[in-house]
Design a protein around this ligand. Structure first.
Ligand code: ADP
Ligand code: MG
Length: 641
């Protein structure tokens, strides 16, 4: 029978290193984290020899020689004294595993000196032997790692090309540089500097220096503090005209630790679901701070994931923070960095901040936090899917403001309405769509004027409005501008008690709806959802249904076709987003079509409403509503370099 024996430390470390030191970027991660924990404000990372030679120099507090020697032993740490300390952690490290693990798979030399010490020490850690000699060196600590994986051929075999390994290193340092914006970090590969952050503490600057964002995005600040649960959310998100096909421009941090945070991804997905195209991801840096006792940081070998004890509260705080940011508008200093041209994966519209934004901004000062009721459903589903225990929902539901005021909402509709008799007649008799233009020829809407700085210039092919703004030229597409306007109006009505009744049209006469069996059962299942939009139905004994009330937008449309299309979409859509999907469908179908002739009055009216609508850069499906050409941009176009 084989004899049981305790492994010597050096071998135990090598086995543990399998988890901690997976590739060169793991070494960089552990060493930069140590430098940050040592209070460094300046860190240089230098990599060469196919990423197998790594040197990290910091100006942190340094170590006494005896501590430095001890630090290379397993489970030696200055960051934890008792198990309870795990729940009070403010440092990035805590296991005391990194240095011995790295030293078990590479040759490590450490130079370290306390700031007030007359000289420093050199500690050599190789093949389980640790020696220390006095030497001259700068205050702080420099770790030199050479011949990484020299004694682990299997690992060496799995190393990728130097450029791939270096890309991983850059990604790791990028996250840490943004999580610690007051620390200046430089990354060099084979003598060439690839990243340099200033340590300015200014996030907008550091996200660009660290190359998470391109620097062309118009950014909005995210800020929310749920005092009762002690959850604080801060960050930056880009306007929805910028997005990517992957999540690489999203960075999430919890108590300053860059981690994967699926809950924040879900909140972002929710907040951007009616702003960017499906399957695309926003640009976002989201930092969550909460009592360390509510986070388990010890669930992942390389600490890339954490676990919340109150996931629901955190989700709601994050989601509200992002949704609120997207409903406000960038501050003027962000506006200055608005793009002249967009990132290749961005929507082609460019996010110039115009006087429009300022008008809406002044109205938005007293805006309430907007949280759609199905945010709760979205989270509940997310929780189920991630198999965390479902927390009590009542508290969060009570916290959610039941109402939200729509910014700049106008009570009058763009198009005049007939009397109820007229409408009943027109709807019941023909079931045909009546376009607002025909309608307006008999009923002239009240004359409205564009806000100061705006001038309507021309109407192109019954589709595009050419407008002069204080910035330059804007081209706006009529269908999607109207679609976003209606969409926001419908959302506001859903969230403001009593508002819905003002925005619906009761039908005096209605005919049975022609629905397939599937459409019919979908209608019955989702009657509550449809009621939120302003629809009401009656059902007959034979299983048929008829519509007795429609959203005002549909009062003169062929509402049966709209309902059929809406039900078809609800049959296939993700149930978690059903209210938003239904709202999108109604908005899209109610909006004027491209090619439909609008009178000048209708155009001005539509534009006035659109200008006063929040989140008006894109349509609910993520298409850009406007193309902006600032005077500078026009100049550049006519005077190419
Ligand atoms: P941990 O970070 O989990 O404590 P490590 O093995 O990474 O474990 O480091 C062991 C100890 O060495 C740390 O607790 C710290 O006291 C010390 N140390 C490591 N790197 C540095 C550094 N760059 N500057 C100062 N002290 C350091
Ligand atoms: Mg460490």
């Amino acid at each position: 029978m084989p004899k049981v024996q305790v492994l010597p430390d050096y071998i135990a470390s090598q086995i543990a290193a399998g988890e901690v030191v997976e590739r060169p970027s793991s070494v960089v991660k552990e060493l930069v984290e140590n430098s940050i924990d040592a209070g460094a404000t300046s860190i240089s990372v230098s990599v060469s020899e196919g990423c197998r030679t790594i040197s990290i120099a910091d100006n942190g507090h340094g170590m006494l020689p005896e501590d430095a020697v001890l630090a290379f032993q397993r489970h030696a740490t200055s960051k934890l004294a008792s198990a309870d300390d795990l729940w009070r952690l403010t440092s990035l490290g805590f296991r005391g595993e990194a240095l011995p693990s790295i030293a078990s798979v590479a040759k490590v030399t450490c130079y370290t000196r306390l700031h007030d010490a007359p000289s420093g020490f050199r500690i050599d850690a190789q093949e389980g032997k640790i020696t220390s000699t006095e030497t001259g060196c700068a205050p702080g600590t420099t770790m030199e790692v050479v011949d990484l994986f020299y004694n682990v051929p299997a690992r060496l075999k799995f190393l990728k090309k130097a450029s791939t390994e270096f890309a991983h290193i850059q990604e790791i340092v990028q996250s840490l540089a943004i999580a610690y914006p007051h620390v200046a970090i430089t990354v060099e590969h084979e003598g060439v500097v690839h990243m340099r952050t200033s340590g300015s503490s200014n996030w907008a600057q550091v996200v660009k220096e660290a190359k998470l964002f391109t620097g062309n995005e118009a950014l909005m600040e995210v800020n929310n503090h749920d005092v009762s649960h002690g959850v604080k959310v801060r960050g930056l998100v880009a306007k929805p005209v910028h997005f990517r096909g992957d999540r690489k421009a999203i960075l999430t941090m919890v108590n300053n630790r860059p981690v994967r945070c699926p809950l924040t991804y879900k909140a972002l997905e929710y907040a951007y679901s009616d702003l960017i195209p499906r399957g695309r991801h926003p640009f976002a840096v989201i930092s969550i701070e909460l009592d360390p006792s509510h986070v388990d940081v010890n669930i992942h070998p390389t600490k890339k994931e954490i676990k919340y004890s109150q996931g629901n509260e955190v989700y709601m705080t994050v989601q509200r923070a992002i949704v609120t940011a997207l409903r406000s508008l960038p501050r003027p200093n962000f506006a200055e960095t608005a793009p002249q041209h967009d990132h290749e994966l961005s929507a082609p519209a460019h996010a110039a901040v115009s006087t429009v934004s300022l008008i809406v901004e002044s109205r938005s000062n007293d805006s309430q936090i907007y949280t759609s009721p199905d945010a709760q459903i979205a989270y509940a589903r997310f929780e189920q899917s991630t198999q965390e225990a479902l927390p009590e929902r009542n508290s969060a539901v009570a916290e959610t403001p039941a109402r939200a005021r729509q910014l700049g909402f106008r009570d009058r509709l763009s198009y005049n309405l007939p009397t109820s008799e007229q409408s009943a007649e027109s709807i019941s008799a023909k079931h045909t769509s009546m376009d607002p233009v025909l309608f307006e020829q008999t009923e002239t809407p009240a004359r409205r004027e564009l806000p100061d700085g705006w001038r309507f210039l021309a109407y192109l092919k019954n589709t595009y409005f050419l407008i002069e703004s204080s910035q330059g030229l804007e081209i706006v597409e009529q269908h999607i501008a109207h679609e976003r306007t209606i969409y926001e109006r419908l959302l506001a009505a859903q969230n403001e008690p009593g508002r819905l009744t003002e925005l619906t049209q009761h039908l005096l006469i209605s005919a049975p709806l022609r629905l397939s069996a599937e459409q019919s059962s979908c209608l019955k299942e989702n009657e509550a959802v449809l009621a939120k939009l302003g629809f009401e139905f009656e059902h007959t004994a034979d299983g048929g249904s008829q519509c007795t009330q429609v959203p005002l937008e549909l009062a003169h449309k062929n509402y049966e076709a709209v309902i059929q299309e809406l039900l078809d979409q609800l049959i296939t859509c993700d149930h978690a987003n059903i209210i938003l999907e239904a709202t999108k469908s109604v908005a899209c179908q109610s909006a004027v079509k491209n090619g439909m002739t609008l009178s000048d009055e209708s155009i001005i009216s539509l534009l006035c409403d659109w200008i006063a609508t929040p989140r008006n850069d894109t349509c609910p499906h993520g298409r850009p509503v406007r193309m902006s050409f600032s005077m500078d941009k026009l100049f550049q176009m006519f005077h190419p370099a």
